[in-house]
Design a protein around this ligand. Structure first.
Ligand SMILES: NC(=O)c1ccc[n+]([C@@H]2O[C@H](COP(=O)([O-])OP(=O)(O)OC[C@H]3O[C@@H](n4cnc5c(N)ncnc54)[C@H](O)[C@@H]3O)[C@@H](O)[C@H]2O)c1
Length: 248
């Protein structure tokens, strides 16, 4: 059975991706720092192993990889999905807030991938990093979040280019808005309405619609795909001059 590590698997997009992979015959190391939510998610699932780990802590990450290998014996895919969001004007984003976002969203992806490389070399495994449309397009209030996600897109390119010779693939998925706890903490009703208006498909995505793209990218079906960024965003990235006045 193939083994995937999914970080931030206790809820939201990570949990939906876990369920899709389980349905596709994978076993999953579910990694999260929210021990209570993780315990709840583990209760109703089989072929999973829960690991309480903060992806921004180097020692914990090394332990998490070792624990995955002890339990499952191999790692075929790593999904770096754990993330935090923060909306704040540039002048009010103090250094602590900036670092809090970078530690999880960027450092976490670097640390988990680096620690998993020896195991991924053995399986010619795949990495999927979760960025965001905020890493593709700038916006107000996202100096830390948007910058962290743009850096994840570049980090993925570095991984794809350098690890390709070992048969390891690395791709980025950029979700558009999904109604998870992370998004709902920063999206007011006005923001929700504006997103519906700006997105060609006129709606938010679901967790599973993001998870299916991740599942494809780590599967054999994507065996010649590496270094790519795929936005699952209802067409948001495609809109350049998206003026409402130009639409019917
Ligand atoms: N929901 C959206 O609209 C949206 C849009 C674009 C990108 N994303 C990205 O998708 C990913 C998943 O987000 P979500 O919306 O499912 O959020 P969520 O808050 O529902 O889930 C995130 C999970 O990550 C865990 N987590 C956070 N920091 C962690 C850390 N340092 N170590 C271990 N676990 C940690 C949380 O405990 C939580 O269980 C994130 O990277 C997010 O930035 C989400």
């Amino acid at each position: 059975m193939k083994t995937a590590i999914i970080t931030g698997a206790a809820r939201g997009i990570g949990l939906a991706t876990t369920d899709i992979l389980l349905a596709n015959g994978w076993q999953v190391a579910m990694v999260d720092r929210d021990a209570k939510a993780l315990a709840d998610a583990l209760e109703t699932r089989t072929n999973v192993h829960g690991i309480d780990c903060d992806v921004s802590d180097e020692g914990s990450v090394k332990g998490m990889i070792a624990e995955t290998l002890r339990h499952f014996g191999q790692i075929d895919a790593l999904v770096n999905n754990a993330g935090v969001a923060d909306f704040c004007p540039i002048e009010e984003t103090d250094f602590v807030r900036w670092k809090t976002v970078m530690e999880t969203n960027l450092d976490g992806v670097f640390l988990c991938t680096q620690a998993a490389i020896p195991a991924l070399k053995k399986t010619k495994g795949a990495i999927v990093n979760i960025a965001s449309i905020s890493g593709l397009r700038a916006s107000t209030l996202r100096v830390a979040y948007g910058t962290s996600k743009a850096a994840v897109i570049q980090l993925t390119l570095q991984q794809a280019v350098e690890l390709g010779e070992y048969g390891i693939r690395a791709n980025t998925v950029c979700p558009g808005p999904v109604r998870t706890k992370l998004a709902m903490a920063v999206h007011t009703q006005d923001i929700i309405d504006a997103y519906h208006d700006a997105i060609p498909l006129n709606r938010y995505g679901s967790e599973a619609e993001i998870g299916e793209v991740i599942a494809f990218l780590i599967s054999e079906k994507a065996s010649f795909v590496t270094g790519q960024t795929i936005a699952a965003d209802g067409g948001f990235e495609a809109t350049g001059v998206g003026l409402p006045a130009l639409r019917s």
